[in-house]
Write a protein that binds this ligand. Structure first.
Ligand SMILES: N[C@@H](CCC(=O)NCCCC(=O)O)C(=O)O
Length: 257
């Protein structure tokens, strides 16, 4: 069977004075080596895209993390200086892809910024600088360490019994990494909370009544996807869902032929 293809919306970046469309290697590596799928990077544009034309050609959607934040105007909030940096082209590309993938039962895995985009895309809101809230742990990436240190497994989250995530990695406590300043504030109506941190921060959701795999996690399973068992299980489950989608798509194309 051919390897499934998953769309990965890019960030916009300026490198060496030029504008780039970029996805960090850890996401495409985890897609290939832990999910067994090929990542096709989707350049970020504020307008001009045909979302269905993109989704017609893939078997899944992987929405990556990013240091940029979803623009507050997308959840009816005022944008403050501290809410940045922003990436409106990423927002404009990822949010419609998320909504249409759910509508079309195309498997979706949303990571960190991705879970925040999923929540906003379905009508939820976000809180910024959550570490400034009373009783909330500092979830930001550690400073003055190398990348392995930034993505170190260092936080307990608690997976709810009977949740989609529990069927993948088991219920109860799981150790994860943490690199975020924002988090879900108002959970979108179509999302169910699947895991929380010790301070109550929402760490995983799934789409209620989704017709396919549709999961978001606030942590970064991609980074240790080849060596950390829960991380690997999440990507393997996403890959299985993409393979099932691709097989069904091929069958329906043969029937039409
Ligand atoms: N910007 C959001 C989402 C955080 C996120 O995706 N983190 C990945 C970090 C990537 C990096 O800095 O290399 C937030 O801060 O909540």
């Amino acid at each position: 069977m051919m390897k499934p293809i998953v769309a990965v919306p890019a960030d916009t970046r300026t490198l060496d004075g030029a504008d780039w469309h970029a996805v960090q290697h850890q996401y495409v590596r985890a897609a290939l080596n832990a999910a067994g799928v090929m990542a096709f990077i989707i350049p970020a544009f504020e307008k001009g895209y045909d979302t269905d034309a993109i989704l017609d050609r893939v078997d899944g959607l992987l929405v990556s993390g990013s240091a940029s934040n979803v623009h507050p105007s997308l959840y009816a909030a005022e944008a403050r200086e501290s809410d940045g940096p922003f990436d409106p082209a990423r927002d404009a590309t990822a949010l419609p892809l998320i909504r249409r993938a759910i509508d079309r039962a195309i498997p979706l895995l949303a990571i960190c910024r991705g879970i925040q985009e999923l929540n906003v895309a379905l009508g939820g809101s976000l809180a910024s600088e959550i570490h400034e809230q009373e009783g909330i742990w500092d979830h930001r990436k550690p400073a003055d360490v190398d990348r392995d240190g930034m993505y170190a497994i260092r936080q307990s989250v608690f997976v709810k019994e009977g949740s989609c995530i529990a069927r993948i990695i088991g219920p109860g406590e799981v150790l994860v990494n943490s690199l975020h300043r924002q988090a879900i504030a108002k959970t979108a109506p179509r999302l169910q909370v699947e895991a929380i941190a010790e301070d109550g921060t929402i760490e995983a959701v799934s789409v209620i009544d989704a017709k396919a795999f549709a999961v978001g996690v606030q942590w970064h399973p991609e980074y240790w996807a080849e060596t950390d068992k829960p991380s690997n299980q999440i990507f393997a489950a996403f890959g299985d869902a993409a393979r099932e989608y691709a097989a069904n798509k091929n069958v329906s194309m043969k029937v039409k032929a």
